[in-house]
Design a protein around this ligand. Sequence first.
Ligand code: FES
Length: 142
Amino acid sequence: MTTPTIYRDLLLEHARHPKNSGRIDNPDLQAFAQNPLCGDELELTLALSGEVIQDCKTQVRGCSICQASASMMSELILAKTLKEARQTSHIFTESLRKATSEIPETVESLRPLIDLKTHRSRIKCMKLAWDALEDCAAQHQT
Ligand code: FES
């Protein structure tokens, strides 16, 4: 199997069987994000233990890339502090912006998404869950 095929299969697996799908009752933090280009939307709910993300769920009404990104994000940020999760989000965003194909170790697991960055119209699909995370982190700071 070629590497692009493995990445595509990984994305499809996350899209078809998303991890941490649903919503937390009485979450500590909650945010909604919408892609203005297509109208798709997503809700992120987080449960905290102190600063640590103890539980994370996403409810997605969106495309496969959006769903896969939300699923991968949920796996990556669980058990991280909000600050660490936000740093991860910034590194992911930077990796999408940079022309280089180098990917920092922190977001290596997101390579199947990052490799799609040349499809600029799909960046918002990849970013929707992370935008909701940024919103949750900003709420926590205020
Ligand atoms: Fe709507 Fe991807 S096409 S989020």
